[in-house]
Design a protein around this ligand. Structure first.
Ligand code: SAM
Length: 272
């Protein structure tokens, strides 16, 4: 007997893809080889999972909803290359993925930002990610400095990867229909050129700089407890326009400032 899928749970972001054309376009965009391992976050009712299992060697799928896991074990019993795990993708040990794994997912939208940040942190293991997101978040990922969508997420994503918005997806492609438009994005991961220490400073810098979006970077850092010496370094790095707001500073400039601050803290032994 064909198993019956459980009803959708809104609080888990369960908007299931029902348009085979979109499933095909996502799989094509991922350009998987038969040798790759793919991680799918939130397989849901398994439409994308089945298509991934058809084109690659090994699919690992992490689903938080035990009802869906029980359903998938039956419905996808004919996919021997599927490894299904019941659990929270936010706590999934991404560092245990094989090198050069890919991520393909229609993400649960209520968790898309923390999940994206986790994927960026795991980039030594990942070659790329092709993910469906709210269209509004997708625009933030690729936003350029000086635009209204540019923020700390844009900086984090553009420092760690090359993001591209591939195509938009209408709410009609899902059941139940979500209230927002969606978009599929690819992130080609970059190797980090910063040391762990500079990376840490950069993350603190970006967080503090955007904490008070309407203020100038130097004032925002002061409000966030940065020392006068550090702020002076930041002011010099922002020359010849030291009075800029965070939204006017590019990802490369944030990395440059972090390098200078980390070199100074390393040389003086001072740290926050
Ligand atoms: N991949 C399916 C599709 O395209 O139809 C389902 C996508 S649906 C937008 C998101 C899926 O993520 C749901 O199955 C939901 O239960 C699952 N999910 C939600 N939070 C999760 C979490 N923290 N960890 C793993 N899966 C999660």
């Amino acid at each position: 007997m064909t198993p019956v899928p459980p009803p959708a749970r809104k609080h888990l972001g369960q908007n299931f893809l029902v348009d085979p054309n979109i499933v095909r376009k996502i799989v094509e965009a991922a350009a998987l080889t038969s040798e790759e391992t793919v991680l799918e976050i939130g397989p849901g009712r398994g439409v994308l999972t089945r298509a991934l299992c058809a084109v690659t060697r090994r699919v690992q799928a992490v689903e938080i909803d035990p009802r869906l896991c029980a359903y998938l074990r039956e419905a996808l019993a004919d996919c021997p290359n599927l490894e299904l795990y019941e659990g929270d993708a936010l706590h999934w040990p991404l560092d245990q993925l094989p090198q050069e794994s890919a991520v393909v997912a229609n993400l649960p939208y209520y968790l898309s930002t923390p999940l994206l940040l986790r994927l960026l942190d795991a980039r030594p293991r990942l070659s790329r990610a092709v993910v469906m997101l709210q269209a509004e978040v997708a625009h933030r990922l690729v936003a350029r400095p000086g635009t209204k969508d540019y923020g700390s997420l844009s900086v984090a994503v553009q420092r760690a990867s090359e993001p591209r918005v591939l195509f938009r997806v209408s709410p009609n492609s899902f059941r139940p229909r979500p209230e927002v438009d969606s978009a599929v994005v690819s992130l080609t991961m970059c190797r980090s050129t910063l040391s762990v220490e500079v990376e840490r400073v950069c993350q603190r810098l970006v967080r503090s700089a955007f904490a008070h979006r309407r203020k100038r970077v130097v004032n925002s850092l002061r409000d966030e407890g940065w020392s006068a010496e550090e702020i002076d370094l930041v002011r010099q790095a922002l020359a010849p326009r030291p009075d800029r707001r965070a939204e006017e500073v590019s990802p490369a400039e944030f990395a440059d400032i972090a390098n200078r601050v980390a070199a100074w803290t390393g040389a003086t032994g001072s740290d926050q």
